[in-house]
Design a protein around this ligand. Structure first.
Ligand code: AMP
Ligand code: MG
Length: 319
């Protein structure tokens, strides 16, 4: 890659231990890593991303011992979710230990934790010998990075290094479930583990936000994941806009008719929701770089990972 040399996990761990910032691959999206127990390093994450301080971070762990240093009183429910989905794209919100810096949790009494299913991420955490905060390695509110190149383009000159682990396999952020009240688990964000899969393991779970509505969790802003180009979700059989408007199409499956579009991205020819999620952000990055006036996105079915895809498209289309 021109002008960009990835660093090794050993180098990355050295930087983290010294209080620097390193971007690292996970199965969901690339994260911007800092030592979770170093408030100055964590504070710089917010600066670099231009992220508001009220938006708490997810802490990444490699071992159950790391979790123990962050949260206390694991409920039976938490243990079952960990057993079923870790390492993987599920974040648990749990009662925090006093030693977790306030800047990590935006002053909340809970902490969000997950164990990523990516060898490079796990290696970085183990070599650093501490949990690592890891918001997506992009500017706040913009399209999440699913390749090292995406990170380099947005943050390359603001951070100490980037680990390259190839394109992200899941491609969409983790599902967040709050167990702050173990009697009432709540899904705070749709993501890489589907609601159906979670219900199979723990039974009924609340989804407090209505269809398309904003989630009542800190930092869950309606306007997020936004390309610079305006994005609208297509309704029914809408035609490409005419009259000098350069429009791009973000199609779910092979489009029946792509006439009139300057650029077309297909998320999954066969209509596979996992494949579509994995391709979503890279397709948005390409459309955003194509000099268009407008991006029109086809809706996808709201089941499985489709719920998370629609959540991201709705936020990307919000003004
Ligand atoms: P990300 O932007 O992918 O780094 O995910 C961070 C999101 O996790 C935040 O925007 C919050 O919505 C959520 N989150 C993190 N910590 C907590 C917490 N303690 N309680 C509730 N939600 C949290
Ligand atoms: Mg993000």
């Amino acid at each position: 890659m021109a002008g960009f040399t990835p660093i090794s996990p050993e180098q990355g761990a050295g930087i983290i231990r010294e209080g620097g910032l390193v971007a690292f691959p996970t199965e969901t999206v690339y994260g911007l890593g800092a030592d979770a127990f170093n408030p100055r390093a964590v504070a710089r994450t917010f600066q670099v991303k231009e992220r508001p301080l009220f938006d708490p971070l997810i802490v990444h762990v490699a071992e159950m011992g790391d979790l123990d240093a962050l949260a206390h009183g694991l409920s039976h429910l938490a243990s079952r979710l960990i057993e079923a989905f870790w390492p993987g794209p599920l974040t648990l919100v749990l009662p925090k230990r006093d030693t977790v810096p306030h800047i990590v949790t935006a002053g909340l009494e809970t902490v969000a934790v997950r164990m990523p299913a990516h060898q490079v991420a796990l290696q970085l955490i183990r070599l650093s010998q501490r949990p690592i905060t890891g918001p997506s390695a992009n500017l706040f509110g913009r399209i999440s990075p699913t390749t090292a190149r995406h990170v380099h383009d947005q943050l390359g000159d603001r951070i100490e290094g980037i680990l390259d682990g190839g394109p992200c396999r899941v491609g969409i952020e983790s599902t967040i479930i709050s167990l702050a009240d173990p009697a009432q688990p709540e899904i705070l964000r749709a993501g890489g583990v589907s609601v159906e899969e979670i219900r199979d393991v723990i039974g009924p779970v609340r989804i407090p936000h209505g269809r398309g509505g904003p989630v009542q969790a800190p930092g869950m802003l309606l306007n997020h994941y936004s390309p610079g180009t305006p994005l609208r979700i297509l309704e029914g059989h809408q035609k490409a806009p005419s009259g000098g408007c350069r429009a791009g199409l973000l199609a779910f499956k092979s489009p029946g008719n792509s006439q009139g579009y300057e650029a077309v991205e297909v998320l999954s020819r066969e209509g596979d929701l996992q494949e579509a999620a994995a391709n979503l952000f890279a397709a948005l990055h390409r459309l955003d770089g194509a000099g268009l006036d407008l991006i029109l996105a086809e809706p996808v079915p709201r089941r499985g990972l489709g719920l998370a895809i629609m959540d991201r498209l709705e936020r990307a289309s919000a003004k």
